[in-house]
Write a protein that binds this ligand. Structure first.
Ligand SMILES: NC(=O)c1ccc[n+]([C@@H]2O[C@H](COP(=O)([O-])OP(=O)(O)OC[C@H]3O[C@@H](n4cnc5c(N)ncnc54)[C@H](OP(=O)(O)O)[C@@H]3O)[C@@H](O)[C@H]2O)c1
Length: 317
């Protein structure tokens, strides 16, 4: 079986097929070129499912003609439609409200509506940023959202619209994603450390880093078990600050490439790193519901980062 993480080349833009026919699901993945989308497409294809994986130029989730092509069967027939497409530039969204709303709210709703029309289940990704981060305990699925920035607001609007348009929708909230495909916080930290830059990282925001390959595997488990509709949190098992996450990521990379070199990363307060969008202070999703559904916890962050660091090191070799 080919491992996606060994192959940084783009996946085919039309579909990925596999020989195993048994419990084969037909899955349409919007946002297939994104960091999470790529791992989902490869995970499902490797498991023997039929996956249609259009990139944004072929399928924009807010484009009426593209939605019509899904409705009329141009892409095939599907058991599941997965929405991994999103406007994810958290700071950019502050001055691009219409763009964020177009994809994260309107597009998500239109795609859910279309999935319902074609008789497919719908799985949508959302974020810990729907919460304000003022809590001192983890957020369960029933906690009231209260987003504090435009991105979080657009994603919360999207959740509500998706639920309205598809009564069987599954909404997966996740947090602090990193994966080998595309930009991510640990990759940025590793690159800066390699270049010998002085590193200062906020230590007063806390969350659960989540490896997209592990989230893709849990997504596969979910759709294979035809979950009940509703919201579920899926995120990594370890709770840490961005500062601790940076140290863990750079150390994992250092251990493979230059074990004698020091990792010096200064902890700073959010107030010392002003950003256009405010971030939640305590952004920890409760995983109790996913555990009660029998979804296995993801790998410890040390293991996930070790794999991630090895792949990044191999790219640079
Ligand atoms: N990244 C995180 O830390 C994080 C944390 C919590 C939750 N999430 C959620 O997890 C999901 C996946 O995020 P990700 O990090 O994989 O995002 P990503 O890497 O930015 O990928 C999103 C993909 O969606 C595409 N896209 C944007 N607008 C679209 C549209 N209107 N129609 C079709 N495709 C569109 C983007 O294409 P272009 O690049 O061409 O615009 C990109 O390929 C999203 O729902 C996100 O909100 C992410």
């Amino acid at each position: 079986m080919e491992d996606v993480t060994d192959d940084p080349t783009p996946l085919p833009t039309d579909s990925v097929k596999h020989e195993r026919e048994s419990t084969r699901l037909r899955v349409f993945v919007a946002g297939a070129a994104g960091m999470l989308g790529r791992d989902i497409v490869r995970t499902l294809a490797d498991a023997g499912h039929y996956v249609a994986s259009p990139f944004r130029d072929q399928f924009d989730i807010a484009h009426p003609q593209h939605l019509e092509s899904l409705r009329t069967g141009v892409w095939g027939q599907f058991d599941w439609v997965i929405n991994a497409a999103a406007y994810t530039n958290v700071d950019g969204a502050q001055s691009a409200v219409a763009q964020a709303e177009r994809t994260n709210h309107i597009g998500a709703g239109l795609l859910a509506f279309t999935a319902n029309e074609i008789g497919a289940r719908f799985l949508h990704f959302s974020t810990d940023f729907v919460f304000d981060g003022n809590a001192n305990a983890s957020y369960d699925e029933g906690a009231p959202p209260n987003p504090i920035n435009v991105y979080g607001t657009s994603k919360w609007h999207g959740e509500q619209e998706v639920s309205k348009q598809h009564s069987q929708a599954v909404i997966v909230r996740t947090s602090w994603l990193f994966g080998v495909h595309g930009k991510s916080f640990p990759r940025t930290m590793i690159n800066a450390w390699r270049e010998g830059k002085e590193l200062r990282v906020v230590a007063d925001q806390t969350g659960r880093p989540t490896y997209t390959k592990d989230l893709a595997a849990r997504t596969r488990t979910l759709i294979e078990h035809a979950p009940v509709p509703g919201t579920v949190h899926l995120a990594g098992p370890d709770i840490m600050s961005w500062h601790e996450f940076a140290i863990a990521a750079v150390s994992a990379y250092r251990d493979r490439t230059d074990p004698s070199r020091e990792v010096n990363i200064a902890p700073i307060a959010s107030s010392e790193w002003p950003t256009p969008a405010r971030r939640p202070r305590y952004s920890v999703l409760s995983l109790a519901k996913s555990e009660s559904l029998g979804i296995a916890p993801m790998r410890a962050m040390s293991e996930a980062l070790s794999e991630f660091a090895a792949l990044v090191a191999a790219e640079k070799a």
